[in-house]
Structure formats: structure tokens, C-alpha cells
Design a protein. Sequence first.
Length: 209
Amino acid sequence: MLELMDQETKDKIKELFGGITGPVRIIYFASEKNCHYCRDQRFLLEEVVRLSNKLQLVVYDFDKDRELAKRYRVDKVPATIIVGKREYGIRFFGYCASHEFTSLINALVLVGDCLEEALDPLCHHAGQLGLLGVPAFVFQEGHDPDAARGFREIARLMRGAYCAFDAGSARQLRELLSAVAVYAVGGRPALTEFGRRHGGLIQQLTQQL
């Protein structure tokens, strides 16, 4: 059997995949006609799904399954779509090498690690912590509506704040984490002043406290 990853790489990916809590499907479109990388990409995906029992690979023929390809907005191959509880619009075209491979692995963890736990027990614990005066700042990467509702409720019960930021935006996450540090040191007045100077997402936090 063809192996594209060495054991060290597999071990690192397995560790990352430990954070996947829900099932994730990898929908793969390939073609036997004039596709130089379809075979290699399929070998790679088959090797990836063997690293976690939460992953499932579903393969379609681009030439025979045109209507399905159109539904997934696939117009070229190889095409790889990552699907969790719903279709998030995460897709890769071509062979995932180097940076693309890293993005693929991160996407699998992201989709599989959204709020999959039952909400009632989480809210119970959040309420207990809220009574103790422990605030929660909950930041969500992406826009999963079910997870957003859960995260908002947890932040409300803990008298904290919730904010979503764009997937892949390191700058936004850096600003949000800086705001939490400002709050930890100076409380709400310091965060209000910080939000006045920075605006945007930071002001969303101050308005919830």
C-alpha cells in the first residue's frame, strides 16, 4: 500500500485529530479523464481518514455525477469538500501539498471540533461558574449557527461576552485576546476605553458586559 506520510507526521496528525468530536465527511470528486493529480489526492485522503475513526471519505466520479458536482459548486477536479453537521463551504481544488495539506488538516479539526456536546450540561456548569463570578469570553471561528447559539448562551450565563471572527483571521483573534487581557487587568472601564480606541469587534464585547 502506498504511504505518502512518514510515521512522525502521522503521529502529529493523530494528536490533532484527537480534538475532533463529531463525524466529518470528506467528499471527493475525481475523474479518470485528463486528471494528473486525482489519483495522488485520493491516496492522500485515504491515508488521512485512516488516522481517525471520525472521518469518512466519500468518492464521486466528476464525469458521472455532474448534478451532484454542480450542487457542491465543483467545476474542476480533483475537488475535496469538508462537511460536518452541514456544508461550510470549505473546499480544496488540486493536490493538497505543503501549505494546502496543512490547511486541509486544520479544516478537518475545525469542522469536527465545533460545539458538538449536549448544551444543557454545558449551560448548567456555565451557570454555576457565573454564580461564582467567573466570566467567559467565547470566541468562535467561522459561522456555525447552532454552535453560535450555544456559545452565546454560555457567555450570557457566565456574564461574559461572545464574538465570532472570520476563519483564518489571526489579526482579529489577536485583538480579541488582547481585549481579554485588558479586561483581566483593568476590568470593564479599561475594556471600554480599549474598545473606544479600537472599535469593531472589541466594542461588541463591551456592549455585552
